[in-house]
Write a new protein. Structure first.
Length: 120
């Protein structure tokens, strides 16, 4: 992979990281602002459902931040763009679609097939 591609992905990942952190902070603020007291059980159930949904979103944001940081570390150590399984170069088009990926399209397809066979 050329240096200009590496710089492009480094900038893209840093932008993604900033946006994910911003969204994460927003989610936390929303949860802190929603300390509602509900006398009606149906209202309480709605509030709890909303809170559970917000926590799922927060967990997804946390996982994305971890993946972005991992990709940035791979850029620093020179392994970004190499498939973790087969060692082949991951195509630039795939990296543009999913910059945090660790697998080339062939290895990812095989992984998904294996998961379907196992019923994951």
């Amino acid at each position: 992979m050329e240096q200009k591609d590496i710089e492009y992905f480094k900038g893209l990942l840093n932008e993604m990281l900033q946006e994910a952190v911003k969204q994460s902070e927003s989610t936390i603020e929303d949860m802190n602002d929603s300390n509602e007291v509900c006398a009606d059980p149906a209202d309480r159930a709605t509030v709890e459902s909303d809170r559970a949904f917000t926590l799922r979103i927060r967990d997804r944001e946390r996982k994305l931040i971890k993946k972005i940081n991992s990709a940035l570390l791979r850029i620093e150590d020179g392994t970004f763009g190499a498939c973790e399984d087969c060692g082949e170069e991951i195509g630039v088009a795939r990296l543009k679609a999913r910059p945090v990926t660790k697998l080339c399209i062939n290895c990812k397809s095989k992984q998904e097939e294996d998961e379907q066979l196992r019923g994951d």
